[in-house]
Design a protein around this ligand. Structure first.
Ligand code: IVH
Length: 682
C-alpha cells in the first residue's frame, strides 16, 4: 500500500502537470520551462511504476500512448452527432431569411444574432466526461454509432482528462481533432528523413491518427482539438447557458480549447462580412479550414427551429471553393528553363480548384515523377499548395488505364537536341545548349530585359518570342541593334510603340554593375548575390578575373555558386556576349569604394504593400522603417509587388489578388521578423 504522503504527492503532481498542459497546449502561455515540466512528469512516472495501485485513467501519464488495440469498440452516442447542411447557392442572406421566416420574425424586427465559427478540416469527436473525468472519446461514425478512440484521444495534450470548474455531472463535448500545418510539415519532414511514408494533407493526418489501433502512432502526429458544441448534458451546476456563445465561454472555463476566431454577427450582412474576413486570412491560419459555420446564437430559438432529418435548421456551413480536385493528366511535357534545367510539367484537363482554373503543374524532376509514378492518362488528385501553387497530390491507381506507360525523361534537350547533363548531387538535368537552345535563348533574353535586370520597359514575353522566332534577336546584344523600321515591320507593332521601345532600349544602356551582373543570368546568382559581387569587386574585370577562392570571400557565395560564376566567365560565348554588350554601349557608373548599398539598404528596391490594421506600429511608423531600409511602398497589388503585409481587417480583394499572383504574404509577426533581420544586417 502506498503511504499517504505518496498518494498526496501523486495527486499534487497530476494537478500540476494538467495545469501546465493547459497553459501550454490550450492557453499557449506556458509558465515553466520544458526541463522543469519533464522533472514533474518523470517523478510521477516513477511513483506510478512503483505504486501501480495508484494508476488512474485520468493521470497525464496515460497520455503517452498505451498498448495497441486489436479492434475498436463501438459506442452508441447518447445524443446523435449531427451534420450541418451547406447553404444553397452559397449565399448566407438566404439562410438568414429562412431563419427569420421559420421564427416568424417580422421584416422590421431586430436582426438575428449568429455565432460565426471556422469549419475546421479534421475529424469530429465526442468526448464524454462523468464527474469531471474523461470516460471515453468516440468518432462520429454514422452519427448514431461511432468508434471508441479514447486511447488515441488521450495523447492530445490540449484535451483535458479532468475538467476545471464546476461542470455538469455528465458532459459530452463535441469538437474537431485537427493537425496544425506546422506539425504536419514537421511530421512529414521527419518521415522523409526516415524514408517512411508521408501524409497527404493535415486532415488525413488527423483522421488517420485518431483511427490508428496503436496510440503511439497517434501520439507522433501531435494532434490538436477545438471544442464547438455539446452532446448529452445532465445536471448543470453553473447557471444554464442561454446562448451558444455562453456555451463556448463555459467550455473554455472547463479547460477546453475554443478557437478564438469566432465572432457574434447580426443578420445576413454580418454573415457575409465574417465569410469575407475569414476567406482573406485563411492562408495565414495555422491550420486548415474548409469553410465557416453559422449558428443561431439563442438556444431557445435553436430549440424552436429544431431539425430536418439529421441536420439542425439553426446551423449552416458555407464552404470555400474546393482546394483539391480530381482531374486527368492529358500530357506530360518537358520545359527548359533559362539555365537549361529540364522540368517535366503535367497538362491537365482543366479543373477549378480553390478559386482558379488549373491546367498544369510542375512535376519538379525525374525523381519526383518516378516516385509518384505519374503517367499520361492517369486520374490524379491535385491541390494548390499553400493555396496557390498547383501540385499533384497522388495518382488514383484504380482509374489507371490498363495500357498506360511510365513517363520517361528525354535523353536530349527536346528543343535543341543538345546533351543533357546531370551533375552528381543535383536532382535536375540540364540542357548544355545555352544560347544555342531556342528555349533558353528566349528566357535568357527575357531575363536580361526584366525589371530587376536592365529593366527594358515594353519588351515582354510575347514580343521577345516573336523577335527570337524571326531571328531578329539571337542574344541580348541583338536588342541594341533593333531599330524603328525593323520593329514596325512586326505585325501588331505600330510606329509609335516601335519608337518608344527603341528609346527605352537606348535608355537602359546606362545601368549599374549589380543589375548588369544579375542580367547575365549566371546560375545561382540572384539579385542579392549580384549586388554583393559588384560591391565586393568594384568593377566587372575584377569579377571576371576572380578565382574560385576569391569568389567565396563574398557574402553568401559558397563553393557551388563560385564554380558557376567562375565557369560562366571562362565560357567563350559568354565572354563574347559581354564584350559586344560593352561595345554596344552598355555601361555603368563606377561604384565608390565606400558605398555598401546593400548593407545600408537591405530591402533596396523591394516593394511592400500594407493592407489592414497593424497592432504594434502605426502605418506611418512601418512605412518609415521600410523606407529607411531601402524599400518602396506600393498602393496596389501587382506582379511587381514583392511583399503583401496583411493586418487585421485586411482588404480581401488585395489578399486574393496577392495569392493569385503568388506574392509573399506576411502577417504582422512575419513583418516584424523581416524588419528585425533587415535592421540587423545593416
Ligand atoms: S457543428 C449540430 N461546428 O463539420 C452541428 N461542426 O457536418 C454539429 N465541423 O464533420 C456540428 N467545424 O466535424 C460544427 N465549428 C464547427 C465545425 C464543425 C468543423 C465539422 C464537423 C462535421 C461537419 C458538420
Amino acid at each position: 500500500m502506498a503511504p499517504i504522503f505518496i498518494v498526496n504527492r501523486v495527486n499534487e503532481l497530476r494537478v500540476q502537470i494538467s495545469y501546465h498542459d493547459h497553459r501550454y497546449y490550450v492557453l499557449d502561455d506556458p509558465e515553466m520551462t520544458d526541463a522543469e515540466y519533464d522533472r514533474l512528469f518523470i517523478e510521477l512516472q516513477i511513483l506510478e511504476t512503483k505504486y501501480p495501485e495508484l494508476q488512474s485513467t485520468c493521470s497525464p501519464i496515460e497520455r503517452v500512448g498505451g498498448k495497441a488495440l486489436g479492434t475498436f469498440l463501438s459506442i452508441r452516442h447518447k445524443v446523435p452527432m449531427l451534420s450541418i447542411h451547406t447553404i444553397a447557392g452559397n449565399n448566407p442572406i438566404d439562410f438568414d431569411k429562412q431563419i427569420r421566416r421559420l421564427l416568424s420574425l417580422g421584416d422590421n424586427s431586430t436582426p438575428v444574432e449568429y455565432v460565426c465559427e471556422l469549419k475546421f478540416d479534421g475529424l469530429a469527436i465526442s468526448l464524454r466526461y462523468e464527474d469531471s473525468i474523461l470516460v471515453y472519446a468516440a468518432t462520429r461514425g454514422d452519427g448514431e454509432i461511432g468508434e471508441d478512440v479514447t486511447n488515441n484521444i488521450m495523447t492530445i495534450k490540449s484535451i483535458p482528462l479532468r475538467l476545471y470548474g464546476n461542470p455538469p455531472a455528465i458532459l459530452e463535448v463535441r469538437g474537431e481533432v485537427y493537425m496544425s500545418r506546422s506539425n504536419f510539415e514537421l511530421y512529414n519532414t521527419l518521415q522523409r528523413a526516415a524514408q517512411l511514408p508521408t501524409l497527404v494533407n493535415p486532415r488525413n493526418g488527423a483522421a488517420g491518427g485518431v483511427r490508428q489501433l496503436d496510440p503511439n502512432v497517434a501520439s507522433k502526429r501531435l494532434l490538436s482539438f477545438f471544442a464547438y458544441g455539446l452532446g448529452e448534458v445532465q445536471g448543470w451546476r453553473s447557471p444554464l447557458p442561454t446562448t451558444h456563445k455562453e456555451i463556448l465561454d463555459t467550455l473554455e472555463l472547463f479547460g477546453f480549447p475554443v478557437s478564438g476566431e469566432y465572432t457574434v454577427e447580426r443578420g445576413g450582412d454580418g454573415l457575409i462580412r465574417f465569410y469575407l474576413s475569414i476567406a482573406s486570412k485563411r492562408a495565414l491560419l495555422p491550420f486548415d479550414i474548409d469553410g465557416v459555420v453559422y449558428k443561431v446564437n439563442r438556444l431557445d430559438w435553436q430549440e424552436k427551429l429544431g431539425f430536418r432529418t439529421r441536420q439542425p435548421r439553426w446551423a449552416a456551413a458555407q464552404k470555400f471553393p474546393a482546394k483539391e480536385e480530381l482531374t486527368i493528366v492529358e500530357a506530360i511535357e518537358v520545359q527548359v528553363s533559362r539555365t537549361g534545367a529540364i522540368t517535366p510539367v503535367a497538362r491537365f484537363r482543366p479543373v477549378f480548384v480553390g478559386g482558379a482554373t488549373i491546367k498544369n503543374a510542375t512535376l519538379h524532376n525525374a525523381d519526383d515523377v518516378a516516385r509518384k509514378d505519374i503517367r499520361v492518362g492517369d486520374t490524379v488528385r491535385i491541390r494548390r499548395a499553400g493555396d496557390v501553387i498547383p501540385e499533384v497530390v497522388e495518382v488514383i491507381l484504380e482509374y489507371r488505364p490498363y495500357n498506360s506507360m511510365p513517363f520517361m525523361m528525354p535523353e536530349v534537350c527536346p528543343i535543341c537536341g543538345s546533351k543533357l547533363l546531370r551533375l552528381t548531387g543535383e536532382s535536375v538535368s540540364r540542357c548544355i545548349g545555352s544560347l544555342y537552345c531556342l528555349a533558353q535563348r528566349k528566357k535568357k533574353i527575357l531575363h536580361f530585359a526584366s525589371r530587376r535586370a536592365l529593366n527594358i520597359e515594353g519588351l515582354g514575353e510575347k514580343l521577345i518570342e516573336k523577335l527570337v522566332e524571326c531571328c531578329l534577336v539571337c542574344d541580348p546584344v541583338d536588342l541594341f541593334a533593333l531599330n524603328v523600321p525593323l520593329l514596325s515591320n512586326l505585325d501588331r507593332m505600330g510606329t509609335k510603340s516601335a519608337i518608344k521601345l527603341v528609346k527605352n532600349i537606348e535608355y537602359c544602356k546606362r545601368t549599374t554593375l549589380a543589375r548588369f551582373v544579375y542580367a547575365l543570368g549566371i546560375q545561382g546568382v540572384g539579385e542579392y548575390t549580384a549586388s554583393s559581387l559588384a560591391e565586393y569587386f568594384g568593377n566587372l574585370d575584377n569579377i571576371i578575373a576572380a578565382d574560385k577562392m576569391q569568389l567565396q570571400q563574398v557574402q553568401d557565395i559558397g563553393p557551388i555558386v563560385a564554380i558557376s560564376i567562375w565557369s560562366f566567365f571562362r565560357d567563350i560565348q559568354n565572354k563574347d556576349v559581354i564584350n559586344r554588350l560593352r561595345e554596344a554601349g552598355v555601361h555603368w557608373l563606377p561604384i565608390p569604394v565606400s558605398a555598401s548599398l546593400n548593407n545600408d539598404y537591405p530591402l533596396l528596391d523591394k516593394s511592400f504593400l500594407i493592407t489592414g490594421v497593424l497592432e504594434s506600429l502605426t502605418r506611418i511608423e512601418v512605412s518609415a522603417r521600410l523606407r529607411e531600409l531601402g524599400a518602396k511602398l506600393a498602393h496596389n497589388v501587382s506582379k511587381d509587388t514583392d511583399y503583401v503585409v496583411v493586418g487585421r481587417n485586411a482588404g480581401s480583394n488585395k489578399v486574393d489578388k496577392a495569392q493569385k499572383l503568388g506574392l509573399v504574404i506576411l502577417d504582422e509577426p512575419g513583418l516584424m521578423a523581416l524588419l528585425a533581420v533587415a535592421a540587423g544586417s545593416g
